[in-house]
Write a protein that binds this ligand. Structure first.
Ligand code: SAM
Length: 279
């Protein structure tokens, strides 16, 4: 741990309500910042006290940082305001369109050590809904490096073969539009104040095309299956008021007693196509 970072974090009265847990481990900070190179333009969500930001400014072409805490903004302006390639904006990420930010390149990278309570809203804000082929924010992003709780990271990268109920709507959304992988586990003592749980960094490399073709009933089928993941797939679909369920399952060659959480994305998509005939 870096004493410099520890002291600066301790001096600041962290706001729980804004999910403020500052990274104080210089190896993790460098690991994150090294994902930026001189040609990159970076959107940093929640720069906090600027420990990651400072290295991102050095490594990249331009950093646009969004922060909503006035106390943090004052510190960031004082310490980093001198850099011409740094743009600090007092704004909520969830109310921000990337198109409105001062970037010059078509594709940008997003780096975010975010408050954990808005992980899912942020992911939907950046990636869009699973059936949203043209999502404005996603179209502007080449890669996202996101710090999340370890348990959430496991859900993001899970598939039908995973244990422990990890596979679900978050896995489907993440993998529909990106190659998502855990690139580092981050123990809780790397933060000040330390959160209650360990974390992980997840990299999302955004693809131009969705993993499977979007069909009319795909989103509704995914929702039905994962709302009642432990139920067999027939009952899950009936519960969600689909009709022609047995015939559709037969057509998609899926055993009606299979649990929804054991279906791959391709199988779910085939099932949604089979359901179209009756719904
Ligand atoms: N990036 C810093 C670091 O790694 O040490 C701070 C991380 S801290 C977990 C999250 C930061 O996000 C805080 O500085 C908080 O004020 C800011 N934040 C919280 N909600 C936000 C929002 N909706 N939009 C932008 N920033 C937000």
């Amino acid at each position: 741990m870096s004493l410099n970072y520890i002291l600066r974090a301790k001096k600041f009265k962290a706001k729980k309500s804004l999910g403020q847990n500052f990274l104080i481990d210089e190896n993790i900070i460098s690991f994150i910042a090294n994902h930026a190179s001189k040609e990159d333009e970076i959107l940093e969500i929640g720069p906090g006290l600027g420990f990651v930001t400072e290295q991102l400014i050095e490594n990249s072409k331009r950093v646009v940082a969004l922060e909503i805490d006035k106390d943090a903004i004052n510190i960031l302006n004082k310490n980093l305001g001198k850099y011409e390639n740094f743009h600090l904006i007092e704004q909520d990420i969830l109310k921000t369109n990337i198109d409105d930010l001062p970037f010059t390149k078509e594709k940008i990278k997003v780096i975010a050590n975010i408050p954990y309570y808005i992980t899912s809203p942020i992911l939907v804000h950046l990636l869009g809904e699973i059936d949203e082929l043209a999502h404005k924010n996603r179209n502007r992003i080449s890669q996202i490096i996101l710090m999340v709780q370890l348990e959430v990271a496991n859900r993001i990268v899970a598939n039908e073969n995973s244990q422990n109920k990890e596979y679900g709507q978050l896995s489907i959304l993440s993998q529909m539009y990106s190659e998502a992988q855990i690139i580092k586990k981050v123990p809780k003592n790397c933060f000040s104040p330390a959160p209650k749980v360990d974390s992980a960094l997840v990299s999302f490399e955004i693809n131009d095309k969705p993993r499977v073709e979007i069909t009319r009933l795909l989103k509704r089928t995914v929702k039905a299956i994962f709302m009642a993941r432990r139920k067999n797939v027939k009952n899950s679909l009936l519960n969600a008021e689909f009709v022609g369920v047995e015939q559709a399952l037969e057509k998609a060659k899926i055993d009606k007693t299979t649990r929804g959480e054991k279906l791959s994305l391709v199988q779910i998509q085939e099932l949604s196509i089979a359901l179209e005939e009756f719904n």
